[in-house]
Ligand binder design. Structure first.
Ligand code: DC
Length: 215
């Protein structure tokens, strides 16, 4: 089969990560979770004591950052310099902060370059919010995976042990709003994306649907 670059965009909790992993295993591809990069910037901004709307501070921060995604036996890991920060970027605080910094131009410009650099290779599945619209408008296959807020927050609640369902749903609603209403690269389907609603589909069924489309 031709070597492809595949994009999967969609809101939090739609199942992008699980489905990407399933597809990658079936195709022998690697997954690039671009949300981890935004979380990495948020983590470093927080460590530096920056406000998420401090454009000047964020620009300076990004110019000195060295974020790298690497594939290991444990899956994708995020390095900042030589330090593995993968286990520090999934807290509720960094989650909200990543959504806030992702609206800032300096952050998007910095990460756009890194993502396109990675995308020079094929056999990759990129998951994120603007993969098919902005980062890789010429991707070979584009999907937009979505589900209702109720389904998505319940799924996230089952993965997390630290927050009650209502708090998970509230955070997700705020993040949906931030991510889809921002001026730069808002979350939206590319005009040529295949839209899949995963509300009534198992992850396996979504992966099968995507595979048949890819084939
Ligand atoms: O996919 P995630 O939940 O790890 O993403 C964290 C935040 O990063 C999300 O709220 C918005 C931002 N993001 C983005 O703006 N563009 C991407 N391609 C990926 C994530």
């Amino acid at each position: 089969m031709k070597l492809l670059l595949i994009t999967i965009d969609g809101p939090a909790g739609a199942g992008k990560t699980s489905v990407s992993r399933m597809l990658a295993a079936r195709l022998g591809y690697s997954v690039v979770d671009t949300g981890a990069l935004y979380r990495g910037v948020a983590y470093e901004a927080n460590r530096a004591g920056l406000q998420p709307d401090d454009d000047e501070g964020l620009e300076k921060l990004c110019s000195g950052l060295n974020l790298k995604l690497i594939q290991t036996e444990k899956g994708q890991r995020l390095l900042s310099g030589e330090t593995d920060i993968s286990d520090k970027i999934r807290t509720p605080e960094i989650t909200m902060l990543s959504s806030a910094v992702s609206a800032r131009p300096a952050v998007r410009a910095y990460l756009l370059k890194i993502q396109r650099e990675i995308g020079r290779e094929k056999c990759l599945i990129f998951e994120g919010r603007d993969m098919g619209t902005v980062v890789f408008p010429d991707a070979d296959v584009k999907f937009f995976l979505t589900a209702s807020l109720k389904t998505r927050s319940f799924r996230r609640y089952q993965e997390l042990t630290s927050q009650p369902l209502e708090a998970v749903a509230e955070d997700m609603k705020r993040r949906d709003k931030n991510d889809s209403r921002r001026a730069l690269s808002p979350l939206q389907p590319a005009h040529d994306a295949v839209i899949i609603d995963s509300d009534d589909l198992s992850l396996e069924a979504v992966a099968e649907k995507m595979l048949s489309y890819i084939k």
